[in-house]
Design a protein around this ligand. Sequence first.
Ligand SMILES: C[S@@+](CC[C@H](N)C(=O)[O-])C[C@H]1O[C@@H](n2cnc3c(N)ncnc32)[C@H](O)[C@@H]1O
Length: 466
Amino acid sequence: MSAGPNRAPSRAAAAGQLALELPLELPAIDLEPEWKAQQRLWGHSFHPMCSYLASFPAALTHAFIARYSRPGDVVLDPFSGRGTTPLQACAEGRIGVGNDLNPFAHLLTASKVQPATQAAATTRLTGLRLGWSADASTWLAMALRVMADPGDTLIPRAGSGDATATDEVVPKEVALAFHPETLAQLLFVRTSLRLDDRTDRFLAAAITGILHGKSASYLSELMPNTFSMAPRYVREFAARTSFASPRRDVFDGLAAKLDRLFRQPPPPIEGIALLGDARDVAAGARDALRGRGRPERVRLVVTSPPYLRVVKYGYYNWLRTWFLGFDARAIDATLDDAHHREPYLAFLRDVLAGLRPVLADDAVVVLVIGDVETDRGRRIKGGVGLAERTWEQAAEPEGYRLAGVALDDVAALRKMTKLWGSEAGRATKTDRILVLGATESGRRRALSSASLDIDWAWPPRNLRAI
Ligand SMILES: C[S@@+](CC[C@H](N)C(=O)[O-])C[C@H]1O[C@@H](n2cnc3c(N)ncnc32)[C@H](O)[C@@H]1O
């Protein structure tokens, strides 16, 4: 029997559509994409700490946090990236929990949900300035040696705190990016900051946000702020243009960045940042919540799983990972960003199965799925209907209940522009937002609150302290 004009397609029709690579029609949810109407930097002032590829806007998370959770509820993102969901949740009085397998993402998430105080950050910055003044000549000499002979000059490890324990070489492209004095200050700060200390971690994360970009507030103008250009491109560009970075003072740049970050007070609630595989998030989240005497069940998940074969978080952040002492190649080897469609769907199914034990009975799960739909007007094989496939092959088999699908196409186009440059104009892309219930009561809750009016004033009024 064929489906009538107002009916969902039958299983047989659906199977036919799958074979033809056509997207299934899933029911739309009555949820207005008001986040598109908000200003670009809507939300807490910690959000723009550092750019992160394929991150979603804070306003998008607010649309779901405000509707589907209350102050004191636990809100989880198992693929937290730069921490948008957990930070926004904490800023709205929820307990934001973020998890990511990428140590750079974990650092950003942790810095936002367990931030330094402004006083501690400022005091530490003053201490760093003094430390630098006392020993600037040593670091300057080291930076000059690095620039003259990057392959053969050893520097101390990130976080080692010891200028004399030198056992690392500096990639040539790092040396190319900075003025000698800026590099000297960065070598000093990189050696001094300990990422297991909350205040130092916050400062390190803030520096990643000003490391490169095309204005005077960045420490190198060699690359845009959004991502690191390919090392080969950097070498060729620097040679072709005789690039010499202007002198930028790391401490002044960091002081200005801290002023911007602390334009608003830190969120009223501390969250949790976990470093691990999304498939195993339930146990880690539950232990951490229990350890802090918080509710152990998650009321809302808002997440955007890795894009299908688009982003390499290590490679596109190699200058930031160098500064932090992380291995960009090792990051890309562990993340699940390179899957073809079928293993990707199996991966998502495992993630959704793994989430179950930590979800409240009426939990709502919001999945923002990046769909590369068409390229130059033609449908891409395998890129079509990923959200629909995610429902069919990952969520439905794990017992989730579908409340509906919302669209987010404008923001997605902006993301692709960043990634693909001029090619972006030729590709169209739509993010589809799957809104699921963990059970039937979650689905009913998702449907009944979808059209609630929510407050878009920021900072929020009447936030209840807990
Ligand atoms: C689309 S991004 C999420 C961006 C995030 N919504 C934000 O606003 O920043 C997907 C994230 O999944 C992470 N990731 C990839 N494989 C993972 C895995 N197996 N477990 C946990 N995180 C993973 C990547 O490091 C990346 O941060």
